[in-house]
Design a binder for this molecule. Structure first.
Ligand code: PGA
Length: 253
């Protein structure tokens, strides 16, 4: 079991219009109001942020975005600045999700810029890393993770390094129903923490939270959360319904 405060984060991807989004968080608020030993987060589409931010005011559920641009303002048609996200009530932003790397050309360089821009605006970044099926089969998982961490996550100061959240999401486990076994996940989480220790030292590597993502469901959360280096979950599909996300947040240890 982790010694850090667990973070259960929903990544809604491109689902839910405003009305549906507010309905979902109203249900979550009702079910999760008493939870204080875990941090709860929903990362909604941009278009729902403002309305969901208002609905969540004063609750124990935090708001996050799924992406941002690294410039604070300017002529960047179609992009969203970190400060605009803070303005809607966000305190977190997911950076470098594998779908963004795969379909929208993001790489360790853009991830690094976005992570630093998020911190500058006062957001806590959740930086995603993870190998593809092909990379796992070629036995280069650790090499890929090492590159993603050392290039994508370098250059933070000590306070930022303690605050950062990393999500390990094996690409082959996302949306496939194929969860990594707790042992497979723990092995990579421990490796990420070791890399982090080299980058930022003891205090930061003890503090950084490393979430697991990839087909997290109500019935596999507890066993994943038993591992010492798994500090929470980044949940896609199962975060889209009140019941399943409630069960995930309320996993038993
Ligand atoms: P999933 O997605 O839970 O639907 O596998 C996880 C993610 O992509 O963050």
């Amino acid at each position: 079991m982790s010694i850090r405060k667990p973070l259960l984060a929903g990544n809604w991807k491109m689902y839910k219009n405003t009305g549906e989004a507010v309905e979902l968080v109203e249900g979550l608020k009702k079910n999760l109001g008493g939870v204080t030993d875990r941090e709860i987060l929903v990362c909604t589409p941009f278009t729902a942020l403002y309305a969901v931010g208002r609905a969540l005011k004063g609750s124990n559920i935090k708001l996050g975005a799924q992406n941002l641009f690294w410039e604070p303002k300017g002529a960047y048609t179609g992009e969203i600045a970190p400060g605009m996200l803070v303005d809607t009530g966000c305190s977190y932003a997911i950076i470098g999700h594998s779908e963004r790397r795969q379909y929208f050309g993001e790489n360790d360089g853009s991830v690094n810029k976005k992570m630093k821009a998020a911190f500058s605006a006062g957001l806590t970044p959740i930086v995603c890393v993870g190998e593809t099926l092909q990379e796992r089969e070629q036995n280069v998982t650790f090499k890929v993770i090492e590159r993603q961490v050392n290039t994508g996550i370098e250059g933070l100061d000590e306070e930022q390094a303690k605050k950062l959240v990393i999500a390990y999401e094996p690409v082959w486990a996302i949306g496939t129903g194929k969860t990594a076994t707790p042992q497979q996940a723990e092995e990579v989480h421990a490796y990420i923490r070791k890399l982090y220790l080299k980058l930022y030292g003891n205090a930061a590597s003890d503090a950084v939270r490393i979430l697991y993502g990839g087909s997290v469901k109500p019935d596999n959360t507890s066993e994943l959360m038993k591992e010492p280096n798994i500090d929470g979950g980044l949940v896609g599909g199962a975060s889209l319904e009140v019941d399943s996300f409630t069960k995930i947040v309320k996993y038993k240890v």
